[in-house]
Design a protein around this ligand. Sequence first.
Ligand SMILES: Cc1ncc(C[n+]2csc(CCOP(=O)(O)OP(=O)(O)O)c2C)c(N)n1
Length: 355
Amino acid sequence: MRDPEYEGLGTLRSPEEHRTPVVTTGFDEQLLLRWHRAMVLIRRAEEVIAEMIESGEVRCPCHLGIGQEAVAVGVASELTSSDRCFGAHRSHSHYLALGAPVEGLLAEVLGRSTGCSGGFGGSMHLKAPEFGLVGTVPIVGATIPIAVGAALALKLDGGNFVAVSFLGDGATEEGVFHESLNLAASMRLPVLFVIENNLYASHLHIDYRQPGDALVRYADAHHVVRELVDGNNVVEVAQATKRLLATVRSERRPAVLEAVTYRWRGHVGHREDVDVGVERRDNLPSWKQRDPIARLEQGMLSLNPQIENQLAKNRSEVDLEIIEALSRARAAPYPNESAVIASVYSTSVNSKGSV
Ligand SMILES: Cc1ncc(C[n+]2csc(CCOP(=O)(O)OP(=O)(O)O)c2C)c(N)n1
């Protein structure tokens, strides 16, 4: 039973609210266009992956984040390639928002050797360390403590780089999330926990899983600074990230960003109407009215109607980029047998035969 006084997510969980255009007044148009392009790239790449799942060309399990693009793009906008990011099973957006090449993603889901993980990982094991993405792992909660460890290393190294852990609302139900938050707070480690609260873990709504729906309460319990934002508003996400990272970088302590959003496709796969074999009975059409890309476009157009040309240019450039990347990915070979052996066994064996 929920306490009647409990405010929780308030209007943020209601798809009828927060549909208005993103307020872009005072923001540099070039920056807004870059955010727009990054979100369109994630959306289109995932739509193409969805088509390839449906046709049977992509056979690894894919968890699409269509509808959630603003979170990754808003956070990544405040990061450098020397920061250390970690994701989970739904991380295409993190990989692309950090600037890693779309060809590496498409080749990876197609199992090709030119994929970002050599074609061995598939959709859920992405990496692009040169862009700051250390790795993604589908075991829920698995990368949270690794991000805390990376934050410890970054603190010991000096400098002001940070670790970032992208996680879902379901991952806050893993004990390791609470241990990680406690350790990061106790040791004052520079790590930003980004909770993408899309209200669901697989087919189960948060109301059936937790006594409260706002996950920032866990930050409060650990005396960690935090913000709760509309995750479908890229400006809000970027501004909150900027404020939190200023603290994390300068004071070397953790922070939590909770971004409320919604996924348009089912938990896994291309379909909109099922979550892991369970029929979806939610209000997806209503949530689509809170589209993060359309809302940014509306906000930009309201200030400058001429910007439509630039928005259209972004869309067509992204389409071309994806077509070319996909054609290269499809033409690439699968990993050969020696790559399998080399990836499993170490070559550094000493004269006694031990590694
Ligand atoms: C330790 C563990 N338990 C269960 C699963 C199965 N599983 C995969 S994703 C998922 C739901 C995760 O929900 P959330 O963290 O909210 O992320 P979202 O899928 O909404 O992005 C579950 C239960 C798993 N991969 N790992």
